[in-house]
Write a protein that binds this ligand. Structure first.
Ligand code: UDX
Length: 454
């Protein structure tokens, strides 16, 4: 029924699992589907296969309440769902910058083959514009038109570490629809979100639009955020040669409400599973559509971002008094503590993490690198198996000639520079996230270098 539609989430990775669990929490009858049996088994037994604050409790509560099931059986999905959300991954293609849509194709096709009644198929994955129309054709090819199965698009804006909040209390809902029926189904599928907002005296703005706009909203938002970060990192580059302080500059421009003070943290730049790959896929798609020039600046955004990583190696060479050679600085014989491996704190995600990439560059330049991260070690070992990893902050810094803070974990921000100073062989620190207090560290006898600070 349209009053409380039954929901399915196809793909129980980070996105789909979070949505499935949170919508069960909102009172919907939910089925989560994946082809990965291990993942389904873990979720069904109450274990969240990734780190996300608050999610394990919600998973167990809703499994126990009987509102939430997980399956690898697509027939069960087709039987259950009034609304099917496609939440599978769209990784960067191995052969270039575009997005790999093979998981979307597989999920939609195998669902469509099993559908025996009217349902709404809603894309949520981040995709190149035009995918929704293509999904509609995939569905049309498999399903009897008499069933009246329809397609819609509704992007998500989850931030790791805040994903539960972002699903339960989104700052907007965007839907791309072609019919009133699809619109009303999506309204019903989000009624729990609107009701929760009403009890808290909030309103959730809804943007109802066409397929192309709905798809573009997601990549436009991520492109804007990436641009904001690279803008401030470009200012950091200028500050470095002009003798300015980018943290004060960011504060000062951020007081202008038209600019705003968020996402202006200069440092080693953005990483993660979304921003880097999304800006590349967006450029590739614009190029295909003949609007490559419009997004040429995103190439610069990417380059500025990657330059911040090499900058750390350059500053390391300066602090260690190693002159730059033709193939970059030679850091052999030096011992460097790398603090941080994840792409941001309070996450175990190391995908495209600046910290790990800098660690690898230091290692390649010959340094003996010791990496420590409070939560990212297991994932880091999978991605960069050849780096030196240690189990504690103390192990990382003991005997180090240089300490690099590359992810702003609270453990590092609150570390005592006096105590750490006793462990290292030389008191030199690179603050790759501008998260330490330069005065405090200098007073403790450290040579402090931030990003874009004098
Ligand atoms: C991002 C978007 O914020 C989210 O809306 C989208 O749905 C997915 O991509 P996420 O990848 O979880 O979310 O991370 P986010 O908190 O946005 O940080 C991205 C990267 O930018 C991190 O590496 C972070 O360290 C870096 N960053 C962020 C900065 O370097 N400076 C800043 O000011 C903010």
């Amino acid at each position: 029924g349209a009053s409380r539609p039954r929901l399915c989430f196809l793909g129980t990775g980070y996105l789909g699992a979070t949505y499935a669990i949170c919508f069960a929490e909102l009172g919907y009858e939910v089925v989560g589907f994946d082809v990965d049996e291990d993942k389904i088994h873990r979720l069904a037994s109450g274990e969240v296969p990734f780190h996300e604050h608050g999610l394990p409790e919600l998973l167990r509560r809703n499994l126990a309440a009987g509102r939430l099931r997980f399956t690898t059986d697509m027939a069960e999905v087709a039987e259950h769902g009034d609304v099917h959300f496609i939440c599978v991954g769209t990784p960067q293609r191995a052969d270039g910058m575009g997005a790999d849509l093979s998981y979307v194709e597989a999920a939609v096709t195998s669902l469509a083959k099993q559908l025996t009644r009217k349902a709404l198929v809603v894309g949520k994955s981040t995709v190149p514009v035009g995918t929704a129309e293509w999904v509609e054709q995939l569905v049309a090819r498999q399903v009897d038109p008499a069933l009246g199965v329809e397609v819609a698009w509704s992007p998500e804006f989850l931030q790791e570490g805040f994903a539960v909040e972002d699903v339960l209390r989104p700052n907007r809902i965007v839907v791309g629809v072609k019919s009133d029926w699809a619109n009303s189904m999506l309204y019903a599928a989000h009624k729990g979100v609107f009701d929760l907002a009403a009890t808290e005296d909030r309103e959730v703005p809804v943007v109802v639009t066409d397929f192309a706009t709905a798809e573009l909203v997601k990549v436009a938002a991520n492109a804007f955020l990436a641009t904001k970060i690279s803008f401030i990192n470009a200012m950091a580059e200028v500050c470095e040669v002009a003798g300015g302080d980018v943290t004060q500059l960011a504060r000062a421009i951020g007081y202008d409400p038209r600019i705003g003070n968020r996402f202006l943290q200069a440092g080693v730049g953005f990483g993660g599973g979304c921003l880097p790959k999304d800006i590349r896929a967006f450029q590739a798609r614009a190029q295909e559509l003949g609007a490559g020039e419009a997004l040429r600046f995103l190439h610069e955004v990417d380059l500025i971002n990657l330059r911040r990583r090499s900058r750390v190696v350059q500053v390391a060479a300066e602090l260690l008094e190693r002159p730059p050679g033709p193939a970059g600085p030679d850091l052999s014989g030096t011992r460097i503590a790398v603090l941080g491996a994840t792409f941001k704190p309070n996450s175990d995600d190391v995908r495209d993490a600046p910290a790990l990439s800098v660690a690898a560059m230091l290692d390649k330049a010959g340094a003996q690198v010791r990496v420590y991260d409070p939560q990212g070690m297991d994932n880091a070992r999978l991605v960069q198996p050849d780096l030196g990893y240690v189990k504690t902050l103390t192990d990382a810094v003991t005997g180090a000639d240089l300490v690099c803070v590359l992810t702003e974990w609270a453990d590092f921000r609150h570390a005592d520079p006096h105590a750490l100073g006793e462990l290292v062989s030389a008191r030199k620190v690179i603050d790759g996230r501008n998260c330490l207090d330069p005065a405090l560290w200098s007073q403790a006898g450290w040579t402090y270098r931030g990003m874009g600070r004098p």
